[in-house]
Design a protein around this ligand. Sequence first.
Ligand SMILES: C[S@@+](CC[C@H](N)C(=O)[O-])C[C@H]1O[C@@H](n2cnc3c(N)ncnc32)[C@H](O)[C@@H]1O
Ligand code: SF4
Length: 478
Amino acid sequence: MIVKIDGDITRTYCQNLCLIFFPGAKFPENEVQTGEIPEASIALKEENGTFYSKVTLFDGKTTAIGEGEGEVNGIRTPDRAKKLAVGKAFQRAGEVLLGAAPPWGISTGVRPSKLADELISKGYTREETLEALKSDFLMRDDKAKLLTEVNKRQKYARSILGEDTCSLYISIPFCPTRCAYCSFVSYSTPRYLATLPDYLDKLCLDIAEKCRQINESGKKIKTVYIGGGTPTVLNEKQLDRLLSTVVDNIKGHNILEFTVEAGRPDTVTKEKFDIMTSYGVDRTSINPQILDDGVLEEIGRRHTVEDFYRAYEIAVKSGIRSINTDLIAGLPSATEESFCRTVDKIISLDPQNVTVHTYCVKRAASFTTEALTGGDKRGIYSFFGDVSAVCVDYAQKALGGAGYFPYYLYRQKNAQGNLENVGFCRDGYEGLYNIYIMEELQDIYAVGAGAVSKFISPNGGKIERIFEPKYTYEYINK
Ligand SMILES: C[S@@+](CC[C@H](N)C(=O)[O-])C[C@H]1O[C@@H](n2cnc3c(N)ncnc32)[C@H](O)[C@@H]1O
Ligand code: SF4
């Protein structure tokens, strides 16, 4: 895509706006390349403290023009006013071209909740924050409200953080089989699963070393999260070894939440849950994604609805404090009706957490590669979201009506309809780790292949990230 700019606005900001309306667009290094479609031309000028912008979008067939303005005032800085002017012009041109406005307006990041947090920490009231999200970021009313609710629900998690705290993340990037919609770097072939014992040896050494570093730094670990992939792909003996290593190394820390994701119902056994609870694990995930055997088969989950209920019952009977269920709205071949019935059935089980993801077209997922190479259209992105939009809306209303609160939220590139992923909880059951990592409130020490440690600068500066080797064989041999 070609982006032509006349005025003082950054190219990155303009490219991010382009991606809202032309998801997946690429921006060639060499701007002189002509004939590239689509095309965006952005003009920006200032007159007496107000910025005016004109944006022209061309998708190969239609040219659409939008104009926008942004006024500098007591609260709106010149930088914000410029971005608003260009954003409004983009939004107006985009609406002409596509016939609809994106739900999140011109906000472009993964973490829109940070915007609400920023405004509230500047002294805005909740009402003023709501108004600013709508007027400065052009968010739809329901999305702006959702953000302020998420922010409200995070109050407790933020209040208990204290000085010098951190969390520990442990990665198990293995799965029993690969699901067709997923691009997560995780290993499921027999050849890779055979390396699990070596992986575990290395992981246990690294956990001890990481905890030594944490102790040396004087920080206190607040939450431990073992995620994947599918951590319960470990057999009982391996799980026992992993958890005893963790527990031995976190002595002296007052752990507020200890999560082990189970994820795939086909990996759940009563013995594994007994082991988990005996080591103090108090939070888990059992994920149906959708309660529809036809769709489960289609998406390659290799488990049935019945398997989900069996695994869920094991988790409940183990007495674990908090169970999460992950759902995906808008999965290829799933109908609105089937997803909405899933939401109702999950509510009737009364889990402490429900996370509603919007189906996201991932480039490396097999659905997408099939779609790009031929006839199968299941992995094709939709700007309007269609089924996903109805499903996300239904889930949010039904969960809200049943007494669940939205407590964390993030967006992903190429999510159908530009929609969000939201974690819901019962009162007092916020997943703390999810809030800390998503809002970047704490240092995260991460162990295992593909894991990323994050160190937060105390003055709000750049976050330092340390990446572990992506592939398990690299990690084992590190
Ligand atoms: C990293 S996965 C791990 C979960 C676990 N292995 C399982 O399959 O149940 C976390 C969650 O991301 C969501 N997810 C994965 N791929 C997705 C996609 N393409 N679009 C939307 N959500 C997705 C699913 O709900 C999944 O449970
Ligand atoms: S959805 Fe879960 S089980 Fe399926 S491939 Fe992704 S991480 Fe593995």
